[in-house]
Write a protein that binds this ligand. Sequence first.
Ligand code: GDP
Length: 295
Amino acid sequence: MFENLSERLEGVFQRLRGKGKLTKDDVERGLREVRLALLEADVNYRVVKNFVDRVRERALGAEVLESLTPAQQLIKIVHEELIRTLGETPAPLDLGGSRPVPILLVGLQGSGKTTTAAKLALFLRKKGHRPYLVPADVYRPAAIDQLKTLAERVGVPVYDTDPTDNPVEIAKKALAEAKALGRDVAIIDTAGRLHIDEAMMTEAAAIKETVSPREVLLVADAMTGQDAVNIAKSFHEKVGLTGVILTKVEGDARGGAALSIREVTGCPIKFIGTGEKLEALEVFYPDRLASRILG
Ligand code: GDP
């Protein structure tokens, strides 16, 4: 992940390191390359602009130009600003409120939503929670069976969804069931479609309205780059998100979505999916990712 961006930035800093003391022109030239590297990594142009502006403001100060190790200082600033762009600190799940705590997963088909529901259940179970899985995608009966199978694999009970029920009813009944079973978190897998459409948004909003989830998490595929960012934007505007789970991050050589989502939508990335295995879900740490990008 981020191979291209890391390599590009490494090249930029290598050239600056060879220079000893930097002039304003050196900094500008370096920034121009940083900008290109980010754009090539498919980072949103507005995010790139803000990023470069912030780095420039700090880099042209005495802190860098009068330092004995200007390239080092510049790298440090880029590192800090990357962390800032990525959201500073990890955003933990909000599991407050009465039990069972409802968590709504939304997103497009193929984003990894159903797999992520099971991954999240496993993650929470390992933390000592008593999760419950709720398949609420009645348009794709295979999705219900898929989640039931995955639930068994992660050792988490699953609601026996009646596909002739409507999703709002399913969510309501499933929560009552979760409560009766003494479960403390209910993860609801909503319907996805191939493209954003009104019906999907309206349904997600209706379920949200009914169950008042503590978390509404968008599951988005990192490999789709700026599409993932636009999808996040739409869902946030129409349904209201509390966070994003970015999947398939391990196969994303560029990192444009990861670097753009926070700043474009204002929603934190809470987890990243790093593989097909059900254990492959990690809490998202902005500082770790920034360090990885800079190699
Ligand atoms: P849904 O249509 O959004 O419910 O998507 P699925 O959960 O069925 O996942 C679609 C495909 O993406 C499946 O083959 C998953 O194994 C795969 N997948 C999900 N998350 C990840 C991930 O983090 N990394 C990789 N490599 N594959 C993933």
